[in-house]
Design a binder for this molecule. Structure first.
Ligand SMILES: NC(=O)c1ccc[n+]([C@@H]2O[C@H](COP(=O)([O-])OP(=O)(O)OC[C@H]3O[C@@H](n4cnc5c(N)ncnc54)[C@H](O)[C@@H]3O)[C@@H](O)[C@H]2O)c1
Length: 295
């Protein structure tokens, strides 16, 4: 695998472009509009320069080598708004907006553009990979590659296979995850894969506890932080993830799997979202926030 395409250069996409370029792949970064592309590439340049400065500071590289590595990685990225530039990519990772209809339309397009052996990978957090594979017309080439935010720092990538994914596509996607410095874990095409299937119901249970008045939010968070050694409690975590994001994942799951008891929507979550209190990003969720710190 030599040439990788990434569609969507937003929060996740720009990170995927960056780690792929740093690992030596030629990368085609596709955005919907030039302005979004410029923004994504700007973020990558800034991040590469920051990493270079850190490497020099820690004595890991000379200033010259650090600059040359950063320039080299950036030079391997070809930014474009023309999807036909993806034609000869060995792998295309999609990281566009979390909307299944929009994603399916893109996969139908990619099926017509990419060479027959191109592996198609979605970074979706909540949609069935199989539906996108069907839309592409080449379900055997379709996998999930679920990276975590921030991609540059988080070590995990979930590699998702559907019933139709070929062994070869799965193995190559897993190898790509390793090549970009991640720990790949395999998983079937199940809701939430591994991490979110465990994490989101846990967040839900903490909100139901709060709703019932079993304990205060501070005590629920302190319990998991100091009793289980988690870096933060579940209610603080919900503020970090975003209440709207959490709600939309749950709404999708509840609609598709109405009989699964672990998928419930706490009224307190719906209430906060309807008030526009979406968590840290809006300055208030379950807590009030002043930037990165609780107010
Ligand atoms: N944000 C997270 O923490 C996170 C974590 C894991 C996975 N994801 C998943 O990654 C995907 C992207 O999320 P994000 O947070 O980076 O979103 P984002 O809104 O930051 O970025 C999406 C980008 O895709 C571009 N885009 C939309 N439609 C396009 C199209 N048809 N062609 C080309 N570009 C298009 C947009 O212009 C935007 O820049 C989603 O599927 C999301 O579920 C997000």
């Amino acid at each position: 695998m030599k040439k990788v395409g990434v569609v969507g250069c937003g929060l996740m996409g720009h990170g995927i472009v960056q780690v792929a370029a740093q690992a030596g792949f030629d990368v085609v970064a596709v955005e919907a509009e030039q302005g979004f592309l410029d923004k994504g590439l700007g973020r990558i340049r800034k991040s590469l320069d920051k990493l270079a400065a850190k490497a020099v500071e820690k004595g890991k590289k000379s200033a010259e080598d650090a600059k040359s590595d950063a320039d080299g990685a950036f030079g391997r990225i070809h930014g474009t708004v023309d999807k036909s530039d993806l034609a000869d990519c060995d792998l295309v990772v999609e990281a566009i907006v979390e909307n299944l209809d929009v994603k399916k339309a893109l996969y139908a397009e990619l099926g017509g553009i990419c060479k027959p052996e191109t592996i198609l990978a979605s970074n979706t957090s909540s949609f069935p990979i199989a539906e996108m594979g069907e839309a592409s017309g080449r379900p055997e080439n379709m996998v999930g590659l679920h990276f975590f935010n921030p991609v540059q720092l988080m070590k995990l990538v979930e590699v998702v296979r559907t019933d139709a994914t070929s062994d070869d596509s799965f193995a190559k996607a897993r190898a790509f995850g390793e090549a970009v410095g991640k720990v790949p874990v395999g998983c079937k095409d199940t809701p939430g894969f591994v991490v979110n299937r465990l994490l989101v119901p846990y967040m839900v249970q903490s909100l139901l506890m709060l709703e019932r008045g079993d304990a205060t939010k501070q005590d629920i968070d302190a319990a998991m932080q100091f009793g289980c050694g988690h870096p933060m409690g579940p209610i603080t975590l919900t503020d970090y993830v975003g209440l709207d994001t959490t709600l939309s994942i749950l709404q999708g799951w509840c609609e598709r799997y109405p009989d699964e008891p672990a998928f419930a929507i706490p009224a307190i979550l719906e209430q906060k979202v309807s008030e526009g209190k979406l968590g840290r990003k809006t300055g208030e969720g379950f807590y009030k926030w002043d930037g990165d710190k609780k107010a």
